[in-house]
Design a protein around this ligand. Sequence first.
Ligand code: HEM
Length: 442
Amino acid sequence: MSTALLNDPTAADTLPPGPSASRPRQTVRWIFRPGAMLEDCRRRYGDMFTLRIAHEGFWVFLAHPDMVKQVFTGDPRVLHAGEANVVLLPMLGHHSLLLLDEAAHMSQRKLMLPSFHGERMRGYEQVMAEVAREEIGRWPLGEAHPVRPAMQRITLEVIMRTVFGVQDEARRRPLREALTAAIEWGSDPRRMALLASLGPRRVAEARMFRRVRDPADELIYQEIRRRREAPDLAEREDVLSLLLQARHEDGSPMTDEELRDELMTLLTAGHDTTASSLAWAVERLVRHPDKLERLRDGDDEYLDAVCKETLRLRPILALVLRRLTEPMEIGGRVLPAGVNVAPCIYLVHRRPDVYPEPLAFRPERFLEQPAGTYTWIPFGGGVRRCLGASFALFEMKVVLRELVTRLALRPADPRPERITRRTITLVPDRGGTVVAERRAAA
Ligand code: HEM
């Protein structure tokens, strides 16, 4: 945030309208009731409104697809995303794709894109299915069981095998433990408060943080060194092996630090998100037994529609952020440099003019109309669109297919689960709790 703008008492006058409550009150509501707050604001102020969030300056929310389009197709020099993610610096490091902007971002993104091309995903199908089968096979039967932690074990294991490419369980085990410890440290809300008060650069050097990050780093660097020398490097399909063979425009390979930062980025961006989306899919499906039944027919198009509808109705991120480096006109209004604009996934996905009966879980809508570039935005958009979107959708489909063909599922409690916050993601408040039974025909 430009501190000049943050401290400028007149800045609020030049911004779109928004609640008049104090910054701390707005922040508390944003943390505890994000959905209700967004809906209220849209009702009162329309498709463009301003919230004031602690340490974040001004967020101008955009809930109209035309405004979203302007941001996603706008000039990346004016719309910075990396700057807004600086809180992730201690864990992800300076080279992380999530933290870069402009030319540095584009050059790193170009190196990584080919590894995540839709076509590549088929190569991961077998591993994903195997990991899902092993985990689902351990689920307790006949008793209430929250699926989110189980999904997280699946997605972490999938990343370790397909992205890090560690095939040997003896090496995977310490890596799994070290990564889990580092991730847990970062996802504790008290640590978030510490981050906010100390500033990310000081946290990165703090001893208590390094105690959890350094063991994970050491194992990651070991893997990188070992893989560089692997005689079968050229034949390997995992993302690390592909990145080791990628070259910058000047012909140089990625450094060990770059590789470490991108592996941590893929892990952080890729496993919790997919696990929570899978938990939502299960939470919605068990309350719509007809749709769960239809999935069992094995129709791939319907499975795809179920995943898309889950990500529409229960997006795990409510918004994406871009910080303006220059004034920019959006929706007929000039917004000043220094503000954050926030294409609002949550509100765009609930527009009745785009999605009739927006609150209904109806996968069929995606069989009738394709997902629109600026109206279905769970993965953001433009040059910052989620690098792992194909990976995540593919993984969701493989895991759900394994699940519904093996187990019969019903809700542990028929009441729908509420949307609650887990750091920045929106998850089911009971973790997607179901009762599983072995399927009669399985
Ligand atoms: C359902 C699961 C997922 C959701 C909902 C999701 C959502 C998102 C969103 C909203 C963004 C920001 C886009 C923007 O600013 O316009 C993003 C960025 C990103 N995601 Fe995902 N993601 C998911 C899974 C994954 C997976 C599996 C990976 C990798 C294995 C991944 C890697 C990334 C990376 C590297 C970025 C940064 C892209 C850039 O800045 O150029 N994500 N994701």
